[in-house]
Ligand binder design. Structure first.
Ligand code: AMP
Length: 284
């Protein structure tokens, strides 16, 4: 059984009892197999695993789903017990933010595009909490999902720019058999919406196929975008082909030397906003 901890002081004493390396998995709860794949990777990598569960208010815009975001701590800890972790850190908001933080992380230009266009304060809030939890846990390694690719790129950038003493590891997107990327927000989808939501992955798969057959970033973008724009029940927010490290638009800047691209998309299905992405190669 993992130890459930809600204060920073208890977290520090519990961490002090551990010897050996520590891996961290940060989550907002409502855990699913995607989260568990991070936990399993963390277990492979370190002697001890800490999972944090905190719905971070700073990363939600005023019209977003902070209040309705699923909170189910008991089910989450039970699920974590099936894998086995050392510590679960689930603080209250007042513990994490005893007052409104005055010193803020400025995530820079990468936070103003794609997700950042629709969610302008999102990444500043994400980096603020990631920085805090990394400082609280001081893990050797922290695991983040490829599902949130722009978040991952920004966390890597923060760690590099601030020389933070942690290794960042990415874990591939976990999908259902239907291809839908697992997400805590999938529970918002009705039956018909679930079927409609499959179009995101299908659009990305078409783009990936086009890249495999030698298409340019522009052609890949167009083929994926056309499919998703015409998909019933789906309202496209953005679809682009970017450099996975910098999030520069490959249609504008050209294929980088490493040859890797990322097709990224966000779309609404009903009132649920979903994101997905897929890696592609442009070096033949
Ligand atoms: P969240 O609880 O949504 O903040 O996610 C916590 C972590 O789990 C983040 O690093 C996410 O990228 C990762 N994650 C969420 N869904 C998936 C998925 N389907 N596959 C892999 N990682 C995921």
């Amino acid at each position: 059984m993992s130890e459930l901890i809600s204060t920073k002081a208890d977290l520090r004493s519990a961490l002090d009892q551990l010897s050996g390396s520590v891996a961290l998995v940060m989550t907002m709860g409502a855990l699913h197999e995607g989260h568990l794949s991070l936990v399993r990777a963390a277990k492979e990598a370190a002697d001890h695993v800490v999972v944090s569960i905190f719905v971070n208010p700073l990363q939600f815009g005023p019209d977003e789903d902070f209040d309705s975001y699923p909170r189910q701590l008991e089910a989450d800890t039970a699920l974590l017990d099936t894998v086995g972790v050392d510590l679960v850190f689930a603080p209250e908001e007042s513990e994490m933010y005893p007052r409104e933080p005055l010193v803020r992380i400025n995530p820079g230009p990468m936070a103003t595009v794609y997700e950042g266009t629709t969610r302008p304060i999102h990444f500043a809030g994400v980096l603020q909490v990631v920085h805090k939890v990394l400082n609280l846990v001081r893990p050797d390694v922290a695991f983040f999902g490829q599902k949130d690719a722009q978040q991952l790129a920004l966390i890597r950038t923060m760690v590099a720019d601030l020389d933070m003493p942690v290794q960042i590891q990415a874990v591939p997107i976990k999908r259902e058999e239907t291809g839908l990327a697992l997400s805590s927000r999938n529970t918002y989808l009705g039956e018909d919406e679930y079927i409609e939501a499959l179009a995101l992955n299908q659009a990305l798969a078409l783009g990936k196929d086009a890249a495999r057959h030698g298409s340019s970033p522009e052609q890949v973008r167009d083929v994926s975008m056309k499919y998703l724009a015409e998909a019933p029940g789906v309202k496209l927010d953005y679809l682009a082909v970017v450099d996975p490290e910098t999030f520069e638009d490959l249609v504008e800047v050209g294929v980088p030397a490493h040859g890797r691209g990322l097709i990224i998309t966000a779309a609404w299905v009903g009132s649920t906003r979903l994101i997905d992405n897929r890696e592609v190669r442009f070096d033949g």
